[in-house]
Design a protein around this ligand. Structure first.
Ligand code: LLP
Length: 425
């Protein structure tokens, strides 16, 4: 469920008209709904209530500090993958006690920064990394808590670029390796093993891969748990799929909870999870303006003012993102509404000089006029977070709507911003 609705022929986010936001803040514009974010966290909490999980929002999905503040306000911790992501949390004065830190290439500076800031634990992805954390922590006179990230060799049946739990992927330790490494940890003074972690991929829409992965991880957990390796935490990672074609989620979190319940029970450990997309994907739209209505040879193009630099998912993963005009009498068909009578079959493309620069292909949209606004749905996760300045395009502004109020949470970049760092040298 989300809070984007057509009322009197126009799209509203909670109590605010999208056209008013576009007028005030310009386009392209990311518009987030605070109510939707909160609703998604609540859904996860309810579904997994039995296990009272530690929820660590995955910062990479959308790292705006104002969104992170909202999350912290809900009592949610964070999953980070770089010193920069942790810096955002620290700089905003948010709690670090429930921060988990994954990633295959943590540097000494990043490890030091994380230890200094008292994160909950590192999710360790290789033996050499474990030795480095041990070395850095000892040098600081500290003991760093860690979980081993296990690669359970499970196919999550998602896009090849977002599958992370197979042996051919760079992530985590195989079960055999994790078993061998666990035997060495007790003798390391700089680290203590607090749990096991597995993150098998992203945009997962079936609970089976989770169940299989967790069974394997829990088998290992029970095998290696001992007094010196108490393993209090079982981290199931993130990856819950969002539904890009409906207001309902792809799969109810209760289904994930049901499928993984037995393994969690068996582990006797505290459950942790790292959702990103599930929380934020359907909590934002990208608002764009139609610049030119171009009749090509056998192809109709709606050329809009947002491109692949603003939202790269369609270009990079051929991901589907719903697109619909902001002025419309009905909900879009991908959200249960009607097809537009007399609609236009078109490619919605951006201004970037690449043929891969599209937001949607072969879409049947209502006829629109130049200057009209359109909304790209499901843009909250890996949208602004993956935006770039390619073609020297300033990145969009971000706005957070909460009920009938709205505020800028990131100003639009300017041409001046584009050259600032080059002119400082
Ligand atoms: N935990 C770890 C260790 C991760 O690597 C990720 C995502 C998550 C949690 C959160 O996954 P989520 O719940 O959001 O699926 N750019 C791609 C997605 C890349 C996901 C990377 N890791 C996309 O736009 O589809």
């Amino acid at each position: 469920m989300d809070f984007f609705r057509y009322e009197d022929g126009a799209l509203k986010v909670e109590g605010v008209a999208v056209s008013e936001l576009a007028e005030r803040y310009g386009t392209p514009l990311y518009v987030y709904s605070a109510g939707t974010l909160e609703h998604h966290v609540e859904q996860l909490r309810t579904a997994f209530a039995r296990h009272e999980p530690v929820i660590c929002y995955s910062v990479k999905a959308c790292s705006n500090v104002h969104i992170l503040e909202r999350m912290a306000g809900l009592g949610v911790g964070f999953d980070v993958v770089s010193g920069g992501e942790l810096y955002r949390i620290v700089k905003a004065g948010l709690p670090t006690e429930n921060v988990v830190y994954a990633g295959v290439g943590k540097t000494e500076v990043e490890i030091r920064f994380a230890i200094d800031n008292g994160i909950l634990m590192f999710n360790v992805e290789s033996e050499p990394e474990l030795r480095e954390i041990d070395r850095v922590a000892r040098g600081m006179g500290k003991k760093a808590r860690i979980a081993m990230r296990v690669n359970p060799n499970v196919d999550a049946h998602t896009h090849a670029y977002t599958t992370t739990g197979k042996h051919e992927n760079k992530f985590g330790l195989t079960i055999e390796k994790a078993r061998a490494v666990s035997g060495k940890i007790a003798s390391m003074d700089g680290v203590s093993l607090a749990g096991l972690h597995a993150h098998i991929g992203s945009q997962i829409t079936s609970p089976e891969p989770y169940a299989t992965a967790l069974e394997r991880v829990v088998d290992l957990m029970l095998e290696i748990r001992s007094e010196s390796l108490p393993l209090e935490y079982l981290n199931m990672g993130g990856g819950f799929g969002a539904n890009y074609e409906s207001t309902e989620q792809a799969l109810q979190p209760t289904e994930f909870a049901k499928a993984t319940g037995p393994a969690v029970e068996r582990s006797g450990a505290r459950l942790m999870m790292e959702p990103g997309r599930y929380v934020v994907a359907n909590a934002a739209i990208l608002v764009s303006r139609l610049l030119y209505d171009k009749e090509g040879e056998g192809k109709h193009f709606y050329i809009v003012d947002a491109g692949m630099n603003d939202l790269i998912r369609p270009s990079l993963y051929e991901a589907y993102q719903g697109i619909w005009p902001v002025k419309s009498e009905t909900e879009p068909p991908f959200r249960g509404g009607r097809e537009a009578p007399g609609g236009v079959l078109c490619d919605v493309v951006g201004p970037i000089c690449e043929s891969g620069d599209f937001l949607g292909r072969d879409r049947k949209l209502p006829a629109m006029g130049e200057g009209d606004l359109l909304a790209v749905y499901g843009a909250g996760a890996y949208g602004m977070a993956m935006a770039s300045n390619y073609n020297s395009r300033p990145r969009p502004a971000e706005v957070l709507v909460d009920g009938s109020s709205h505020r800028l949470i990131r100003r639009r970049e300017t041409w001046e911003d584009l050259v600032r760092l080059e002119n400082e040298v």
